[in-house]
Ligand binder design. Structure first.
Ligand SMILES: [Ca+2]
Ligand SMILES: [Ca+2]
Ligand SMILES: [Ca+2]
Length: 132
């Protein structure tokens, strides 16, 4: 009994951090507002903007590491935060979304399709676009 409960808890933790395929699908379709089956850069930025506002808990117009809750991997901070002040303005966040978008667009056709969204780079992108 105890074992099962711990497994359930572990599974819940894994799902929260990794995005289950079903959840990733619903995140994807929420961002794909013209429903053409792909995410373009405009859709990505349109999704990212309200996410930034929601994450900015103290409403100071910037996101610090605590507010970002792991959305920006450590190795990406130099790219995401070019002025190196340890916080991201909305402009920095949206530019980083653009970087993450291009990284996820493996075939360089200007859109991220469902297959690209399932790659590591794609999941990092969705993490930036997913409402908290
Ligand atoms: Ca689309
Ligand atoms: Ca900054
Ligand atoms: Ca593509």
């Amino acid at each position: 009994m105890k074992f099962i409960r711990r497994r359930t808890l572990l599974l819940a933790t894994v799902l929260t951090f990794a995005l289950s395929p079903a959840l990733a699908g619903s995140v994807f379709s929420g961002i794909d507002t013209d429903s053409d089956g792909t995410i373009d850069l405009n859709e990505a930025k349109a999704a990212a903007s309200p996410v930034f506002d929601k994450l900015d808990a103290d409403h100071d117009g910037t996101l610090n590491r605590a507010e970002l809750r792991g959305r920006v991997p450590e190795q990406d901070w130099a790219i995401a935060d070019p002025d190196n002040d340890k916080t991201l303005t909305k402009d920095e966040y949206l530019k980083y979304v653009e970087f993450a978008f291009k990284r996820a667009d493996k075939d360089g056709d200007g859109t991220v399709d469902a297959k690209e969204a399932r790659t590591h780079a794609g999941r990092l992108l969705l993490r930036l676009l997913r409402a908290p």
